[in-house]
Design a protein around this ligand. Structure first.
Ligand code: NI
Length: 132
Protein backbone atom coordinates (compact mmCIF):
# COMPACT_ATOMS: atom_id res chain seq x y z
CA UNK A 1 0.00 0.00 0.00
CA UNK A 2 1.38 3.38 -1.05
CA UNK A 3 1.08 5.97 1.71
CA UNK A 4 -1.36 8.77 0.88
CA UNK A 5 0.68 11.93 1.14
CA UNK A 6 1.64 15.08 -0.74
CA UNK A 7 4.21 14.94 -3.49
CA UNK A 8 6.11 17.76 -5.11
CA UNK A 9 6.47 17.72 -8.89
CA UNK A 10 9.32 20.23 -8.55
CA UNK A 11 11.21 18.05 -6.06
CA UNK A 12 10.56 14.90 -8.08
CA UNK A 13 11.81 16.52 -11.27
CA UNK A 14 14.75 18.11 -9.50
CA UNK A 15 15.92 14.68 -8.31
CA UNK A 16 16.26 13.34 -11.85
CA UNK A 17 19.86 12.91 -12.97
CA UNK A 18 19.29 11.88 -16.58
CA UNK A 19 17.62 13.64 -19.52
CA UNK A 20 14.77 11.93 -21.40
CA UNK A 21 14.35 9.39 -18.61
CA UNK A 22 10.80 9.69 -17.25
CA UNK A 23 10.09 8.68 -13.66
CA UNK A 24 6.67 7.45 -12.56
CA UNK A 25 5.57 9.48 -9.53
CA UNK A 26 1.88 8.64 -9.37
CA UNK A 27 -1.07 6.89 -10.90
CA UNK A 28 -4.65 8.03 -11.53
CA UNK A 29 -6.79 5.09 -12.58
CA UNK A 30 -5.07 3.77 -15.73
CA UNK A 31 -2.97 6.88 -16.25
CA UNK A 32 0.58 7.26 -14.99
CA UNK A 33 1.90 10.60 -13.80
CA UNK A 34 5.57 11.03 -14.66
CA UNK A 35 8.23 13.69 -14.43
CA UNK A 36 11.11 14.10 -16.85
CA UNK A 37 13.96 16.44 -17.63
CA UNK A 38 14.29 17.33 -21.29
CA UNK A 39 17.32 18.75 -23.07
CA UNK A 40 18.08 18.57 -26.76
CA UNK A 41 15.67 16.53 -28.85
CA UNK A 42 14.14 13.09 -28.39
CA UNK A 43 13.14 11.33 -31.59
CA UNK A 44 10.22 11.51 -34.04
CA UNK A 45 7.61 8.98 -32.98
CA UNK A 46 3.91 8.37 -32.43
CA UNK A 47 1.78 6.30 -30.07
CA UNK A 48 -0.80 4.26 -31.91
CA UNK A 49 -3.29 3.95 -29.04
CA UNK A 50 -2.38 6.57 -26.43
CA UNK A 51 -2.78 10.31 -26.02
CA UNK A 52 0.03 11.98 -24.10
CA UNK A 53 -0.11 15.14 -22.02
CA UNK A 54 2.96 17.31 -21.37
CA UNK A 55 2.86 20.00 -18.67
CA UNK A 56 5.82 22.37 -18.25
CA UNK A 57 6.99 22.59 -14.63
CA UNK A 58 10.15 24.65 -15.31
CA UNK A 59 11.67 26.10 -18.46
CA UNK A 60 10.33 25.78 -21.97
CA UNK A 61 10.31 23.38 -24.89
CA UNK A 62 8.98 23.04 -28.40
CA UNK A 63 6.75 20.21 -29.58
CA UNK A 64 7.33 19.62 -33.25
CA UNK A 65 4.59 18.15 -35.40
CA UNK A 66 4.68 17.37 -39.10
CA UNK A 67 2.52 20.39 -39.87
CA UNK A 68 3.67 22.91 -37.26
CA UNK A 69 5.53 23.44 -33.98
CA UNK A 70 4.16 24.58 -30.62
CA UNK A 71 6.26 26.55 -28.11
CA UNK A 72 5.44 25.78 -24.49
CA UNK A 73 6.63 27.63 -21.43
CA UNK A 74 6.18 27.26 -17.69
CA UNK A 75 2.58 26.41 -16.79
CA UNK A 76 1.62 25.46 -20.35
CA UNK A 77 0.47 22.02 -21.35
CA UNK A 78 -0.24 20.21 -24.57
CA UNK A 79 -2.01 16.98 -25.37
CA UNK A 80 -0.62 14.95 -28.24
CA UNK A 81 -3.41 12.81 -29.70
CA UNK A 82 -2.83 9.16 -30.44
CA UNK A 83 -1.33 8.46 -33.84
CA UNK A 84 0.17 11.94 -34.31
CA UNK A 85 3.88 12.13 -35.08
CA UNK A 86 5.72 14.37 -32.63
CA UNK A 87 9.20 15.25 -31.45
CA UNK A 88 9.90 17.23 -28.27
CA UNK A 89 12.86 19.63 -28.48
CA UNK A 90 14.30 21.61 -25.56
CA UNK A 91 16.99 24.18 -26.35
CA UNK A 92 17.72 24.41 -22.61
CA UNK A 93 16.90 22.09 -19.74
CA UNK A 94 13.14 21.80 -19.23
CA UNK A 95 11.18 19.94 -16.55
CA UNK A 96 7.86 18.40 -17.50
CA UNK A 97 5.06 16.34 -16.06
CA UNK A 98 3.61 13.67 -18.32
CA UNK A 99 0.26 11.96 -18.06
CA UNK A 100 -0.16 8.88 -20.19
CA UNK A 101 -1.49 5.33 -19.94
CA UNK A 102 0.76 2.65 -18.48
CA UNK A 103 0.85 1.00 -21.90
CA UNK A 104 2.54 4.00 -23.53
CA UNK A 105 6.00 3.21 -24.82
CA UNK A 106 8.58 5.87 -24.02
CA UNK A 107 9.59 6.56 -27.60
CA UNK A 108 6.44 5.21 -29.19
CA UNK A 109 6.96 3.15 -32.29
CA UNK A 110 10.69 3.91 -32.31
CA UNK A 111 13.30 2.24 -30.10
CA UNK A 112 16.67 3.89 -29.67
CA UNK A 113 19.42 3.97 -27.07
CA UNK A 114 17.43 6.39 -24.90
CA UNK A 115 14.25 4.29 -24.83
CA UNK A 116 13.30 3.44 -21.23
CA UNK A 117 11.13 0.49 -20.24
CA UNK A 118 8.32 1.04 -17.74
CA UNK A 119 10.43 -0.78 -15.12
CA UNK A 120 13.19 1.75 -15.66
CA UNK A 121 10.67 4.56 -15.17
CA UNK A 122 9.31 3.32 -11.86
CA UNK A 123 9.79 5.33 -8.70
CA UNK A 124 10.99 3.12 -5.88
CA UNK A 125 7.93 3.84 -3.79
CA UNK A 126 5.66 2.55 -6.55
CA UNK A 127 7.71 -0.36 -7.78
CA UNK A 128 5.75 -2.95 -5.85
CA UNK A 129 2.50 -1.72 -7.28
CA UNK A 130 0.53 -3.51 -9.95
CA UNK A 131 0.44 -1.33 -13.06
CA UNK A 132 -1.58 -2.17 -16.11
NI1 NI B 1 5.52 10.59 -27.31
Amino acid sequence: MIPIDRKSLVEAADSLTEYWSPRVVGQVNDQLVKVAKLKGELVWHSHEHEDEMFYVIRGAFRMEFETHSVELSEGDFITVPKGVMHNPVAERECWVMLIEPASTLHTGDVVDERTKTLDQQMDQGLSGRQIG
